[in-house]
Design a protein around this ligand. Structure first.
Ligand SMILES: [Zn+2]
Length: 415
């Protein structure tokens, strides 16, 4: 597979016509603004990445080089060293000054060499936008060129020793993932993605390597589209660590439109190097699983306790898609099998975090459940990162690997 060559007017036409295709089953119109009411300057645009996991009361800007602060469009402290910003009583505290503004922007000065912004011990391209969350807290969002962002993602998502073709393959998937989120974040949101595992792990400038930059440059502008209802549309290309030998369909995660690239079912022979390709049984008592599920899904409480779990729908290779939770009172609640894994891995119990995937058998042991014959790590939908590396080592080109994990997808050059 080679990217369609689209230049000039054609590219603009394509950008104007692409309608992103998510896994949520509903179409949304293309977003025409960057969330601040102004059009994206180029198709590539600027992505907005949330850096603060929770609203914070102060931000360390240590590591910033050649920056200035702008409040409501006006320069606050030009040319002076700024180490931190606080928010208190509805005001921003910058050094010894207190000021009121809708938001603060920490941006680099064009004329400064080696300029970058610093936040919480890391450095970033682009600028930081600080937006209030109440009188004493704010969020920090990095507005950054999409390709600079991707260079800081790839080396965090893949090992440094991995093959450059693996990097190139993920560059296309990660760019499409990012672009899809940019299109769908809407004008009311303040960011498109988070910087951690919920989105894509992003390390800023410190996360970049020569290899990650090479992979981004050599796939410049490439994104994936799928045909849906007669149109080529950018879709959300999921990827995960290790599929365990079979690529899962997107329906294991959510109601997915029936597009070919995410239907799964491919037998993957190249991800055996993952330490999670096969994993040991994980056990949990019925009462404990009931408690964890109730915490995330209030409808489960109606069961009064868990009697057993039955697989209600599975994929051809045996992976559960839906399960019926049978209550001690005889009632039934239908739940996506993936929700069991999420409830367990986000609990505080270390041994539950070893439920690496739902590619396993769910066995009722009487007092509890055993997740047996476990294979793979993550949801297993779309690209498998260990398989990506395995195929690159076996001599596959990135374009071939993408064709395997997203069959029927087109690579389109957006810029
Ligand atoms: Zn795999």
């Amino acid at each position: 597979m080679t990217p369609s060559k689209l230049t000039g007017k054609l590219t603009v036409l394509l950008v104007a016509s692409v309608i992103g295709l998510g896994l949520g089953g509903c179409e949304k119109p293309p977003v025409k603004t960057n969330g601040t009411g102004t059009p994206h300057p180029t198709p590539r645009g600027t992505i907005r990445v949330l850096l603060s996991k929770t609203p914070t009361g102060s931000a360390s800007l240590a590591g910033s080089v050649g920056v200035r602060i702008v409040a409501n469009g006006k320069l606050v402290r030009p040319g002076r060293s700024i180490r931190s910003i606080r928010r208190s009583g509805g005001a921003w505290i910058v050094g010894n000054s207190s000021l009121r503004a809708n938001r603060l922007v920490v941006e680099t000065i064009d004329s400064q060499p080696n300029k970058h912004v610093g936040f919480s011990g890391k450095t970033y391209h682009g600028k930081l936008v600080l937006t209030p969350r109440g009188p004493n807290a704010f969020i920090v969002v990095n507005h950054v060129n999409l390709d600079d962002y991707l260079a800081g993602v790839l080396a965090k998502e893949l090992f440094g020793s991995w093959h450059v073709e693996a990097y190139r393959g993920l560059a296309v998937a990660a760019r499409t993932f990012a672009y899809y989120n940019m299109m769908h974040s809407g004008s009311s949101g303040y960011y498109d993605l988070e910087d951690g595992v919920k989105s894509q792990v992003y390390g800023g400038i410190m996360g970049e390597t020569t290899k990650s930059r090479q992979a981004v440059n050599s796939t410049r502008g490439w994104v994936l589209t799928a045909n849906y209802r007669g149109k080529d549309r950018i879709f959300m290309p999921q990827y995960s660590s290790c599929c365990g030998g079979h690529v899962n369909a997107a329906i294991v995660l959510r109601d997915a439109p029936p597009i070919k690239p995410l239907q799964g079912g491919q037998a993957d022979q190249h991800c055996t190097a993952s330490s999670k390709y096969r994993w040991a049984p994980v056990r949990i008592s019925k009462s404990e699983l009931f408690r964890l599920l109730c915490g995330n899904h209030s409808q489960v409480r109606a069961l009064g306790g868990l009697r057993t779990i039955q697989v209600a729908q599975k994929l051809a290779h045996g992976r559960a898609v839906w399960v019926n939770l049978i209550g001690v009172n005889g009632k039934t609640v239908r739940l996506r099998a993936e929700k069991i894994r999420l409830a367990m891995i986000f609990s505080s119990t270390p041994r539950y975090k070893k439920l690496y995937s739902m590619n396993c058998q769910i066995v009722d042991t009487g007092s509890g459940f055993e997740f047996r014959n476990g294979r793979g790590y993550g949801h297993g939908v779309g690209m498998c990162q260990y398989g990506l590396q395995g195929k690159a080592l076996a001599g596959w080109r990135a374009e071939q690997i993408i064709g395997f994990y997203y069959p029927g997808a087109k690579i389109v050059k957006l810029y």
